[in-house]
Design a protein around this ligand. Structure first.
Ligand code: ZN
Length: 249
C-alpha cells in the first residue's frame, strides 16, 4: 500500500473538506500537483467518476476564508491558482502544440518549440481613500447587488506604476484626485489569480462623479458611521478596519 497524501481536491471553485474543514488523505495519482518537497501534499481537480470519501463534502472556497487561518487559506489559494493555470496552458501559446508538465518546476513545456510557460499573477490595486482623517470613500460596484460598500480597485495596466494605477482608477471610477499615496500591504486573491496590492491615499480634490458601468454609488462615510462592508478575511475589510479602527492590517 502506498503512502497517503493530504489532498486539495477542487470541483468548480469548491474544495473537498470534512465537517471540521480538514482535507482528505488520498493516494497520489498520475498528474497530481505536488506541494513542498515530496508528495505529502497534493492538489488536483476531482476526476470524472471519482468517489467522494465518507464524511467529506465540497465547500465554496470563499467560505473557507472566514474559517481557516491565513496560512491555511494561502496554501489552498496557491493550489487553486496553480491548477487553474495548468488547465489553461495545455497548449503552447507560441506554436499551438500540446504542452507537457515540467518534472520539477511549476512550468508547462512545449517539446515542439521549447517555449516554457510559467504561472502568472495579475497585479490589482485596491485603495482606501480618506478625507481629513475622519471620512472614508466607499463605493458600490455596479456588478453586485445588495447594500455592501467597498473600496476602489482595478487591474494595473501595462507600463504603469502601482501609484499611477491607484490614481487612474480613483479618477476613472469616482472622479477624484489623490495625494500621499502610500503602500499598505498585499494579499494573494485566487479569483482567479490576482495579487491585491493595498494602498492608502488622501483625497486631494474633485467632485464625486461615477463611472456608471463600474460604480452605482459612492460617498464619504464618517469612520464611526460605516455602511455594510466586505467580509472578514478580505483585504478590503482589513484595510477599512486598519484605517478607521486602527487595527493591524
Ligand atoms: Zn511551442
Amino acid at each position: 500500500m502506498s503512502e497517503l497524501s493530504l489532498a486539495y481536491i477542487f470541483h468548480e471553485q469548491q474544495l473537498l473538506v470534512d465537517d471540521q474543514m480538514q482535507l482528505p488523505q488520498v493516494e497520489k495519482l498520475e498528474g497530481d500537483l505536488s506541494f513542498q518537497s515530496g508528495d505529502q501534499i497534493i492538489a488536483r481537480d476531482l476526476k470524472q467518476g471519482e468517489l467522494i470519501p465518507e464524511g467529506f463534502k465540497f465547500v465554496p472556497i470563499r467560505q473557507l476564508i472566514a474559517q481557516w487561518s491565513a496560512t491555511q487559506f494561502e496554501q489552498a489559494s496557491r493550489a487553486m491558482q496553480l491548477l487553474e493555470w495548468r488547465r489553461n496552458h495545455r497548449f503552447c501559446s507560441h506554436c499551438g502544440e500540446q504542452t507537457e508538465i515540467h518534472p520539477t518546476e511549476y512550468c508547462m513545456v512545449c517539446q515542439a518549440c521549447g517555449y516554457q510557460q510559467y504561472p502568472r499573477i495579475n497585479p490589482c490595486i485596491i485603495t482606501i481613500i480618506t478625507k481629513d482623517d475622519q471620512e472614508v470613500l466607499l463605493a458600490q460596484s455596479a456588478k453586485h447587488q445588495g447594500d455592501m460598500y467597498s473600496l476602489i480597485a482595478g487591474f494595473v495596466e501595462v507600463g504603469e506604476t502601482l501609484e499611477q494605477a491607484v490614481a487612474r482608477e480613483a479618477f476613472e471610477e469616482v472622479g477624484v484626485q489623490l495625494k500621499n499615496i502610500r503602500y499598505l500591504g498585499s494579499q494573494p486573491w485566487p479569483f482567479p489569480s490576482n495579487l491585491m496590492l493595498a494602498f492608502h491615499a488622501e483625497y486631494a480634490g474633485g467632485e464625486i462623479q461615477l463611472q456608471e458601468e463600474e460604480i452605482r454609488s459612492a460617498q464619504f462615510f464618517a469612520y464611526d458611521q460605516l455602511p455594510e462592508i466586505p467580509n472578514v478575511g478580505s483585504i478590503a475589510y482589513k484595510m477599512i478596519m486598519h484605517i478607521t479602527q486602527e487595527k493591524a492590517l
